[in-house]
Design a protein around this ligand. Sequence first.
Ligand code: GLP
Length: 252
Amino acid sequence: MRVLVTPDYRTLSRQAAEIIADAVRFEPRLTLGLPTGSTPLGMYEELVRKHSDENLDFSRVKTFNLDEYIGLAPGHPSSYHTYMHLHFFDHVRIPIKHIHIPDGAPGIDTDRESIRYEQAIQQAGGIDLLVVGIGSNGHIAFNEPGSSFASRTRIVDLARETRANAGRYFASEDEVPRRAITVGIGTILESRRILLLASGSGKSGAVARALQGPVSEDMPASALRGHFDVTAILDEAATPLPPIAGVIGRAW
Ligand code: GLP
């Protein structure tokens, strides 16, 4: 794993956007795996800026989001559908048929949707570049501690810590759904290239365990160490001390 340490969130966001932009310029038909949460907000903002100022072209890019809550209609203000349109898709020229987000709407057949989504990724030829954040308990997408490293797209129960952290996006913590649909760790590991983003001191413990602790299903993000092409972009606050082996540089 390559580790890039940046001084602050803004630089982290710019570095992540630059890596994506380079990949899209090199391969305009790229398939991206995309995350949600507070961490990638700056990255999306920067990609939107590059789209307008530098003519970064997403018109042939395909995207697959990593997860969605179960029980929220796509138009729900706290759904990941809403997040993605608000922060990214509504601001770039990308055909709607190129956008894929798991469907967690009330009443859907969740098992069928899990299979459909996994197959859609395979049919697109897999994910070329997947961007992922990390939960404070080490989850990636919504793969909570205990998830198999071979897991595929499926329905999961959210950990208490995950629901507590998500409470800020809902009227109250009680309203945070108890279940989600997520791509699996096996699905993530099949991506050709992975970018892991972590910002803020609240993540340094999880980053330390993921990058330096035992590789274990108790720490889902540690699975990334088994992949041959992962770049972790951390800001100073999220970087554990002493520094991690594998640091390739500092971007200032
Ligand atoms: C949620 C998302 C994850 C994300 C995590 C961290 O659980 N499903 O994909 O990585 O939150 O979010 P944040 O970036 O807000 O800390």
